[in-house]
Design a protein around this ligand. Sequence first.
Ligand code: 5GP
Ligand code: MN
Length: 342
Amino acid sequence: MTQLFNLELYDKLQQLLKQAKNALIISHINPDGDAIGSSLGLACLLKQHIPQVNVAMPNHFPDFLKWMEGASDILIYRQNTEKVKKLVDSADIIFCLDFNNLERIEEFGEYVAQSKAPRVLIDHHLSPREDEFDLIFSHVPANSTSEIVYRISVAINSSTKIPKSAADAIYCGIMTDTGSFAHSSSNPELFRIVADLLECGVDKDQVSALVYDNFSADRMRLLGYSLNEKMVVCPQYRTAYIYLSRKELDSYSFCPGDTEGFVNYPLSIKDVVLSVFFVETMNHIKVSIRTRGNFSANEFSGKHFNGGGHKNAAGGKLFCSLSEAVKMLESILPEYEQALHQ
Ligand code: 5GP
Ligand code: MN
């Protein structure tokens, strides 16, 4: 298997692991399957080296990720701020997973930034902020952060089999970030990794059912409503977008995570290469962007939506009303007409 990182970097990590007694693992705001999967997978692996290992997230994560071992011990900064601050204070190493700069963990980032503990980044997003981390395991072509966690584990611990609970979490991250192997998953080595995870005991059908067949009836109805009533298709720009207000979410008893994946549906329409999903939150409009082919979601988000991400999947936010957000998208599409037809 290809070594993603040089030996010197692994040596430095080994040194840090030898000295560490208290590790904290953190991931990005609105944690998804890769954020939780990579964090819990790493937590399980680190427990073989470090006496104390904790996991904290900036805000809460969807119920369909709560089956993973260790999920119930995750502390949420916005709910348990003082406790999480204490974890930061007592950590002698902080692992930052699945994000590329401390702004991605919002106000939690300010507290993490003042900690003296070395920060180890493990991530696959474009352009990591190098000045914010002490050791950087960044590999943009990786399909997920979970894949990188697997590779680091094999590189530094090749003789030990990965425990099933870590394998489950890592598999979950790979499955969710590749849309169940529909995209970002053409590297043959990925399937060798998956084969190994299956040998470690992962039941892939069960993981898929736990994540994707666990929705409320209201969530399914919200999806139906979104596609039927709130999806606008703009064939001239090969674009489709969906927009949902807080009131609409409330009328379908919205729970965190319910709209995850909605942005992918318009890309199933023939010829659509850009899908944008707007959802009203308490204080901003959250934007999700997915693209096909060469149109860069990351650049589009950086330029217009205060965000970023990957080439074909990005997110961002706007501080305006929902209708203004939609108008803004419609107003910029003409300048991309040519790019959307390449
Ligand atoms: P999603 O649309 O699923 O929230 O996010 C898609 C991708 O974009 C993920 O890799 C996520 O980490 C990234 N992303 C989402 N929101 C933001 C944001 O506000 N800023 C940046 N830089 N990246 C984001
Ligand atoms: Mn990821």
